[in-house]
Design a protein around this ligand. Structure first.
Ligand SMILES: [Zn+2]
Length: 233
């Protein structure tokens, strides 16, 4: 890929710097230095404050939810998510999940999951971006769990929002998401335990709508993983 080759060349010619502290990075390291990485706020330690259960409960029963990082509009997690989503660096997402995976496995998270589904992007957005960042997050999870990675089993409709996501109320976002997903080959998820993967949990509306679609297809259970959690909006 031209973009990858070019950025590799740029890295060789120009040293890279930590997105947090601007210190020069050793050659084998990209984006963030080890000191700043160790200081990133972790979800588990802040789970009570972020109160994810109230965002996800009451719509579709789910088995497990886990995340690793906490997103705020001023911390380095925001910069990492931006790199993954908008700056053509989805491999960073894969590396982060690979880094956190042993902890999840040690704690026995997601037992018996047999299918991993990254939240699909709408076709227009996918064409524009060229990749779905969630595919890169889901791949190492599927591999480690011995589950099937399904990046193309669910269709997402192109439906351009009339305003930005943040400008909407929770109720408006919820209604907007209705009927947005569909299973391409009905029966795909029947009797299966499915893990849904996204980069960031905000209102939860996207994950819940996807879970509803997959449960309607006869799935036995759904669980969720997001790399980071945003404040409830
Ligand atoms: Zn740093």
């Amino acid at each position: 890929m031209m973009g990858g080759l070019f950025s590799g060349l740029v890295d060789t010619l120009f040293p890279s710097y930590c997105i947090c502290c601007q210190s020069r990075l050793p050659a084998e390291r990209r984006f963030i230095c080890s000191t700043c990485f160790d200081e990133l706020p972790r979800y588990e330690e802040n789970a009570t404050y972020y109160d994810v259960e109230t965002r996800l409960e009451g719509y579709v029963p789910y088995s497990e939810y886990h995340a690793d990082l906490v997103f705020t509009h001023t911390n380095a997690v925001r910069d990492l998510i931006h790199l993954i989503k908008y700056r053509q660096s989805p491999e960073l997402g894969r590396s982060l999940v690979e880094y956190f995976l042993p902890g999840h496995l040690e704690q026995g998270h997601y037992p018996d999951v047999s299918i991993v589904v990254p939240v699909p992007l709408a076709p227009k957005r996918l064409r524009h971006r060229g990749y779905n960042q969630s595919d890169f997050l889901a791949a190492p999870l599927a591999k480690a769990l011995g589950a099937e990675l399904m990046t193309d089993a669910v269709a997402r409709r192109d439906r351009e929002p009339s305003g930005t996501q943040t400008a909407r109320s929770r109720r408006q976002r919820w209604e907007h998401m209705e009927g947005i997903f569909s299973v391409k080959a009905p029966g795909t998820f029947t009797g299966r335990r499915v893990l849904l993967v996204d980069d960031l949990l905000t209102s939860g509306a996207t994950l819940i709508r996807l879970a509803q679609t997959i449960m309607s297809d006869g799935a036995e259970s759904v669980s969720y993983y997001t790399l980071a959690v945003d404040e409830k909006s």
